[in-house]
Design a protein around this ligand. Sequence first.
Ligand code: AR6
Length: 172
Amino acid sequence: MFQKNKMTVIQSDITKLEVDAVVNAANKELLGGGGVDAAIHRAAGPELLEECRKLNGCEVGKAKMTSAYNLPAKYVIHTVGPIWRGGRYGEPELLKSCYESSLELAQNYDCKKIAFPCISTGVYGYPSESAAQIAVNTCNEFLKEDSTILEITFCCFLGKDYSIYRSILRDH
Ligand code: AR6
């Protein structure tokens, strides 16, 4: 069964969300950057960077957890999406793995509500439509087997992404 009642899409700045965990689309160094990563570090404050320095980076497709400091969320889950290189370098599997690794961490920390940005679709160039399909399908598969997570929010910054997710969720 499609887990429609547990997945929602909004158009918003992810740093404003009062959820248990927000996911950050980071890079392997985990020391900040542009896009949503910059917004999260700015809003969370300098202590976030201090904690990130102790993590020794993160591999592509994996995820690491920190506190969320000044954000309304409790935790930040930092995941590293693949850089789009045409689709034949394992990008779909790595993107799927970002969602799975993040959800596993959320589950381990007993998070009920988690929000994802559109991982890899900014600076990393992953095509928005196929990234959204992977995001929704992977979350749906996870939710079928899980009873911890009650709500996954796909937090789109751009109207274009909001429309894509809305139509994917509506078509199920
Ligand atoms: N809230 C929610 N989504 C946002 C926000 C925000 N405040 N700001 C941007 N987005 P990107 P990537 C969306 O480039 O492609 C960084 O420099 C944006 O519209 O942030 O995974 C990191 O340090 C897009 O849909 O991440 C890495 O070096 C989505 O977030 C690299 O970019 C992801 O865009 C990661 O690239």
